[in-house]
Design a protein around this ligand. Structure first.
Ligand code: ZN
Length: 202
C-alpha cells in the first residue's frame, strides 16, 4: 500500500492517455528518485501551461495568444481553410511546408456509437466561419480528418452541413495514400504533403 501522497499522484497520472497503474507507478517513483531540480522544472512547466496557454477563439488551436499567430498572420491565404481533428494535426501539416491557408480544429470527431453530437466539438464555430452571412472570404475547405470510421462519418456530416448553408464553397479531402485507420499526426511529411497537394473535391 502506497502513501496517500503517492496514490494521489498515481491517480492523477492515470487520467492521461495510455497511462495505466503500472506506468503511473513508474513515473511517480522516477520522480521521487530524480531530485528536487527536475521535479521543480516539471511543476513550473505545468504551471506555465495552465497559466499561459489558451484557446485561439478563431481556429480553436491552443496558443499563448488569442487569436493565435497563424490566424493573425497577413501572409496566410484567407480563402483556404483546413479542418483537422486535433491541434497536433496542425503541427503535422505545417511541417509539410506546402499549406499556406488557415485552420479550424474540431477538438475531436463524431463518435457514431455515442449518438448525437458532442457539444464540445467546434462544429457550430466551423459553420459560423463558413457561412455566407459572415461575408466569408473562404473559397475552399479541406477536410483533413483521420482516415478511419469516425473521421469518415465526421467528414460526411460536415460536407452536408457546410454545403447546405453555402453551396458555392468548394469542399475537398486529402488524397488517398494515408494508411487507412492511421493517424494524421503520425504520417510522414512526404505522404501527408502529397495527400494535401493531390486533394480532390467539388
Ligand atoms: Zn488561431
Amino acid at each position: 500500500m502506497y502513501s496517500k501522497s503517492i496514490n494521489r499522484l498515481i491517480d492523477s497520472l492515470k487520467k492521461l492517455p495510455s497511462v495505466g497503474q503500472r506506468t503511473a507507478e513508474r513515473f511517480v517513483f522516477h520522480l521521487l528518485k530524480s531530485g528536487k531540480k527536475d521535479v521543480g522544472e516539471l511543476i513550473l512547466s505545468l504551471k506555465d501551461l495552465v497559466d499561459n496557454v489558451k484557446s485561439c477563439e478563431v481556429c480553436w488551436d491552443f496558443s499563448d495568444e488569442n487569436p493565435c499567430h497563424v490566424c493573425r498572420s497577413a501572409g496566410r491565404d484567407r480563402g483556404l481553410l483546413c479542418v483537422v481533428g486535433d491541434p497536433q494535426d496542425i503541427h503535422a501539416i505545417e511541417k509539410t511546408g506546402i499549406f499556406s491557408g488557415l485552420y479550424h480544429v474540431l477538438r475531436g470527431v463524431i463518435e457514431p456509437e455515442e449518438g448525437g453530437l458532442d457539444p464540445k466539438l467546434k462544429i457550430k464555430e466551423l459553420l459560423a466561419r463558413s457561412s455566407p452571412k459572415n461575408k466569408t472570404a473562404l473559397k475552399e475547405i479541406i477536410l483533413a480528418l483521420n482516415p478511419d470510421m469516425e473521421g469518415e462519418t465526421t467528414m460526411m456530416y460536415l460536407e452536408r452541413e457546410i454545403k447546405k448553408q453555402n453551396p458555392k464553397i468548394k469542399i475537398s479531402r486529402l488524397a488517398r495514400g494515408l494508411p487507412m485507420g492511421g493517424d494524421l499526426q503520425y504520417a510522414d511529411e512526404i505522404t501527408l504533403g502529397s495527400a494535401l497537394k493531390n486533394r480532390t473535391g467539388k
